[in-house]
Design a binder for this molecule. Structure first.
Ligand code: IMP
Ligand code: MG
Length: 226
């Protein structure tokens, strides 16, 4: 039986319309909460599971500062930015536009050997450099320093290639996780020991396109890219 409600003509309500406007009382209508997957949600970027750790504006401001510092330090030198694929691609493309100097760029592709959750530091090169590093002032651009093993391994390779100098610029650093000191000259943000995604950093190849850095509240609800 559909009751008469103030302001609504008698007979205008069907039982299903009534269900839509009355508050749902859990005793009457057992409602099962279903959490939507990232694929089902309307907005990928405003997913409530993503707790923003560093807002997009803060990242942009910090990257501009880093660019200014690098501009001062490398004036008159032969600056060559070397991005570590794929995580550093977003950071590198913002950073290079904040450096007011002539420079060149290249990328190296690496994949870690062994279990993906634990960095061994031993890496396989999946895309080598296009040009020799001889005579260049190499600035290795990385998304994050976790154990530090990958960067340490890479820097040692580059040092044996007749470079002028090798330094590191990392957007994020997790000092609690260091197993070796990677000696990064430029660090964007020091963060606690959380798994983070966004601004180039991925979970199973997804979330690199977020303009901010976020911590997933429930890692089990993250979307893996197939
Ligand atoms: P490391 O050798 O342990 O320093 O490994 C660093 C690499 O692991 C980074 O370049 C990232 O690709 C990846 N990584 C480390 N921590 C995170 C994280 O919190 N989110 C996403 N990727 C991470
Ligand atoms: Mg990386």
């Amino acid at each position: 039986m559909v009751p008469n409600l103030p302001g609504i003509p008698a007979g205008a309500l069907t039982a299903s319309r009534l269900f839509c406007i009355l508050p749902h009382r859990s005793g009457d209508y057992p409602i099962k909460e279903k959490r939507m997957t990232a694929n089902e949600r309307e907005s990928f970027m405003t997913d409530a599971n993503l707790k923003v750790l560093i807002e997009a504006d803060r990242i942009q401001a910090r990257v501009r500062d880093m660019g200014r510092q690098i501009t001062e330090d490398y004036r008159g030198r032969n600056l060559h930015l070397l991005g570590v694929l794929k995580g550093a691609c977003v950071f590198l493309s913002d950073l290079m536009r904040a450096i007011d100097l002539p420079l060149s760029i290249d990328f190296i592709g690496i994949s870690s050997y062994g279990a993906s959750t634990k960095s061994s530091g031993e890496v396989r090169i999946t895309k080598d450099l296009d040009k020799s590093l001889a005579g260049k002032d190499v600035l290795v651009v990385e998304d994050i320093i976790d154990t530090g093993l990958t960067l340490n391994y890479l820097v040692n390779i580059f040092k044996s290639r007749e470079v002028n100098s090798v330094e590191i610029a990392a957007l994020l650093d997790k000092p609690e996780r260091h197993e070796i000191d990677a000696h990064a000259r430029y660090i964007g943000f020091t963060i606690p020991n959380h798994f983070v995604v966004g601004y180039g950093l991925d979970f199973a190849e997804s979330y690199r396109n977020l303009p901010f850095v976020a911590v997933p509240e429930d890692p089990g609800m993250l979307l893996a890219q197939k």
